[in-house]
Write a protein that binds this ligand. Structure first.
Ligand code: FMN
Length: 355
């Protein structure tokens, strides 16, 4: 099979693989630039950056400055395609988006929220706006609002299914029956929902699928079903270039199938994690003590939150996995070694070709 390129607006990636944004420092300049150098799209996550201590006094400028630093660093390491990932539930999301655009980022990926006003924050039509959805339901809602208010349409969608890592756009009940919401079922519905807008704007709106894509055969299957590309995250964690601690990566290597579980996050969404000492402590104690100087998430209520998710994820990033939360996609238990991004990309490309 000849591998199709991935076109998003004015951008063309040689390889239709997007490395998904991974919050709280998992995907920063090192990983994103390595993926971009291999012809994919590398995504820096804007979430949970900044010096933890200093952020107590000035969270907004700390996280903005740290993001700008990562973007600038990535740009010194690659001329390839870089995206930045944002979550709608971030209290400073608009500020971070504007800072990224100022730094020349051309692709804005927006999840965990409905980006109805995104074109007002990014009016430049040459900057790609890519919402993340978990079903076809939000597609007309977003596209109708953008068409009516801004005469604009999406440049691509990421369709994230129930096997993905991190926060998930499904209820806990739905996650007990992932086959009912498989990408194979959801993709045709999303393709159908975008069709009228493709006709109106006279251009293709590519759909990139995410969640449980593990190898080249998975990618080839998704492309044959009408996806224009895939977004992968879990496999990129176990690369030398991934920005997290060796302990975080080791937790992936050690994980067994039964260790991959769903937990309720203070964001108000279920999230997929590795069952570890931190999670067990949380189960036992019900609620951990929280001191919150940041208010980083609009959806997090400090009085009722069971723990500080930012701190729990930062702990894992630094290697204190005993006191940290480890987000993962469903298939980390299949990974058994750490490789370079080039080795992983070569393996995936060979797998697509073989399929
Ligand atoms: C450690 C980790 C952190 C993640 N953090 C985010 C995030 O902050 N924002 C987001 O939109 N998606 C996040 N995701 C989801 C990924 O970007 C991606 O869409 C998904 O995990 C793809 O499925 P896969 O991990 O099975 O390849 C995260 C995934 C992982 C594994």
């Amino acid at each position: 099979m000849e591998i199709p390129k991935l076109k998003i607006g004015n951008l063309t990636a040689d390889i239709p693989i997007v490395q998904g944004g991974m919050g709280v420092r998992v995907s920063l300049s090192s990983l994103a630039s390595a993926v971009a150098n291999q012809g994919g799209i590398g995504t820096i996550s804007s979430i949970g950056l900044g010096d933890v201590k200093d952020s107590e006094h000035n969270y907004e400028s700390q996280s903005r400055d740290a993001l700008v630093k990562e973007i600038r660093k990535a740009k010194t390491m690659t001329d390839g395609h870089l995206a930045v990932n944002f979550m709608g539930v971030l209290s400073n999301v608009d500020d971070l988006i504007k800072a990224s655009v100022n730094e020349g980022i051309k692709t804005i990926v927006y999840g965990a929220g409905i980006p109805v006003k995104l074109p007002a924050i990014v009016p430049d039509p040459d900057i790609n706006l890519v919402p993340i959805v978990s079903s076809a339901r939000l597609v007309p809602l977003i596209l109708k609002a953008w068409d009516k208010r801004y005469s604009r349409t999406a440049d691509a969608f990421i369709l994230e299914g129930p096997l993905a890592g991190g926060h998930l756009g499904f209820s806990e009940e739905q996650l007990e029956h992932p086959d009912d919401y498989s990408l194979e079922k959801l993709l045709p519905e999303v393709l159908e929902a975008i069709k009228p807008y493709e006709d109106t704007y006279g251009r293709k709106i590519p759909v990139i699928v995410a969640g449980g894509i593990y190898d080249g055969a998975d990618i080839a299957r998704m492309l044959s079903l009408g996806a224009s590309g895939v977004q992968m995250a879990t496999r990129f964690v176990c690369t030398h270039e991934c920005d997290v601690s060796p302990e975080f990566k080791q937790a992936y290597l050690d994980a067994k199938k039964e260790d991959i579980v769903i937990t309720k996050s203070p964001v108000g969404l279920p999230g997929r994690v590795i069952n570890n000492a931190f999670l067990q402590k949380l189960e036992k104690e019900g609620k951990l003590r929280i001191k919150c100087p940041y208010h980083c998430l609009t959806a997090c209520k400090v009085e009722t939150a069971r723990y500080c998710i930012a701190l729990a994820l930062v702990n894992s990033y630094f290697g204190d996995v005993e006191n940290g939360l480890i987000f993962t996609g469903q298939y980390s238990y299949r990974i058994n070694k750490i490789v370079s991004v080039k080795e992983l990309m070569d393996e995936l490309i060979a797998g697509i070709e073989a399929a």
